[in-house]
Design a protein around this ligand. Sequence first.
Ligand code: 5GP
Length: 131
Amino acid sequence: MEKNIFEQIRDGDAKSDIVYKDEYVTAFHDIDPSAPIHILIIPNKKIDTLNDITEEDSIYLSKILISAKNIAKQFKIDDTGYRLITNCNKDGGQEIEYLHFHLVGGVRLGKMISLPKDSKKIFKKFTESNN
Ligand code: 5GP
């Protein structure tokens, strides 16, 4: 089966700007940054989405958090602050089927979630039916 882009980056088959790599994780600059600092961190094990993690993956997940902290320090945004985000599936906005975390910072970030204009109605309906 053909490797997707993050598998290719992990294996050095596709060009990327890697900022950190060890046995468990690979971190590289996002090709289309949403903030002055926008780095993607992936586990070296191919996990499709957050839904697919298992207890056995704990080491990868903890290494992702530790590397996020260290990379934030490396880019001098640890004190000012940053955000670590993972998108899951279609509604979460996941485009690449390979678990990844966006480390973003270098500017005061806006609201955590921005919804499309017509979503207010859907949101209202959803909260009503869940209460
Ligand atoms: P998602 O929407 O899946 O959470 O995030 C995918 C991210 O991967 C996007 O921010 C997008 O800019 C980034 N991306 C897509 N293709 C490439 C690529 O070829 N190289 C790098 N470095 N980033 C990519």
